[in-house]
Design a binder for this molecule. Structure first.
Ligand SMILES: Nc1nc2c(c(=O)[nH]1)N[C@H]1C(S)=C(S)[C@@H](COP(=O)(O)O)O[C@H]1N2
Ligand SMILES: [Mo]
Length: 368
């Protein structure tokens, strides 16, 4: 960070208008699975159904020899083993996490990367220790501006070799609900979710929640590592610096009703009253409204909101659909949050395909 020049990297590629998903994109998709939409029925996503995204290889860390170091612009650097982390005050937060690239594969032109449809989301209860008191113990220097989190995983991205690293502004890092988590849904953190310890930053897109955490570094200038300054920026063209991707835009997803065709996943439902249900979330504030359409967004009805179980987790919603006439329909759901942010009907586009919260559409054939 001291005087280093940001590494040069090749820009991400955009697919040609008719270009199909490639074997390389399939290779990423096979490693990084989404949450099946029928799992929206659970308030807490069962382990194994939570989405997964890992840029490089999952490191195999031995909890017995693993250490976390806290250093940089602090007066008393600290090194902790896992028992020492677990011995600190504990807390549990319920958090809906979503990958910033969710929705990317629907975009035109398609940014070539992990080809998410809409299911890169999940809700978990993370147990760990708050980060703020640990930083306070280390003694934050007055000139500190950000905190850098380094994972134990290593790889190459667009020509740049790196450890997976992300930073947070100091004020965000000191929020009481930002934790170092060693448990997920009450069991020790699974390897794919960052064992033995990961960062959890409620409300922020997934890339912030650094897995396999090994180092926390307080810095006196904005971090310019690849995942901060190059990737995860909202840009229209590759040569602009772009805005950083931060909090999760509002989104509602619905549980596709009826039953699917195996190959196409086209939906078929019997005519009658159908309860359409789903979940909605936003990283900017509570979801205050969900609207549903059965005619592809021509007309909208209010869904009934379920109870809020946590300010940082999704909220259930339901709508009674009188699907008495056989025919073809298109269900849509749209969330609005307390800040007035909502979901667009035409695609918001940027080169990385980040923070895309285009309205979810599910075609359904109602049969007699
Ligand atoms: N060390 C490390 N942390 C990481 C990543 C990674 O590749 N390496 N991927 C990030 C991204 S892009 C997302 S969306 C989330 C996914 O978390 P999950 O796999 O537990 O759902 O982890 C984030 N933390
Ligand atoms: Mo992500």
């Amino acid at each position: 960070m001291d005087g280093t020049v940001r590494p040069l990297s090749a820009p991400g590629r955009l697919a040609e208008p008719q270009e199909a998903i490639s074997i390389e994109e399939l290779q990423l998709a096979a490693r990084n699975h989404g949450m099946p939409l029928e799992a929206l029925r659970y308030d807490l996503t069962p382990l194994g159904l939570h989405y997964l995204l890992t840029h490089y290889d999952m490191p195999a860390l031995d909890p017995a020899t693993w250490r976390l170091s806290v250093g940089g612009r602090v007066s008393r650097p600290i090194t902790l083993d896992l028992d020492a982390v677990r011995a600190r005050p504990g807390t549990t937060v319920r958090v809906t996490m979503e990958c910033a690239g969710n929705g990317r594969a629907h975009l035109l032109p398609r940014p070539v990367s992990q080809p998410w449809l809409v299911e890169a989301v999940g809700t978990a209860e993370w147990t760990g220790t708050p980060l703020g008191p640990l930083l306070a113990e280390a003694g934050i220097d007055p000139d500190a501006v950000e905190v850098v989190f380094t994972g134990a995983d290593h790889g190459i991205e667009r020509g740049v070799e790196q450890d997976y690293q992300r930073s947070l502004p100091l004020a965000e890092a000191l929020r009481p609900d930002v934790i170092l988590a060693y448990e997920m849904n009450g069991v020790p953190l699974p390897v794919q979710h960052g064992a033995p310890l990961r960062l959890v930053v409620p409300g922020w897109y997934g890339m912030t929640h650094v897995k396999w955490l090994r180092e926390i570094t307080v810095v006196d200038r904005p971090f310019d590592g690849f995942q901060q300054a190059v990737a995860y920026r909202l840009r229209q063209s590759p040569d602009e610096p772009g805005e950083p991707v931060t909090r999760i835009e509002p989104r509602a997803l619905l549980i596709p009703p009826g039953h699917p065709d195996f190959m196409t996943r086209a939906r078929f439902a019997r005519a009658g009253r159908i309860t359409v249900e789903g979940r909605a979330w936003s990283g900017w504030g509570p979801v205050t409204r969900v609207e549903v359409s059965s005619d592809g967004g021509e007309s909208w009805s209010e869904a009934e909101l379920g109870a809020e179980t946590s300010p940082t987790a999704w909220r259930g919603w339901r709508w009674a659909w009188d699907a008495t006439a056989p025919g073809r329909y298109e269900l849509c759901a749209r969330a609005t949050d307390a800040t007035g942010r909502t979901q667009p009907l035409t695609q918001p586009w940027n080169r990385g395909g980040f923070a895309n919260n285009l309205v979810h559409r599910v075609p359904v054939t109602v049969v007699g």
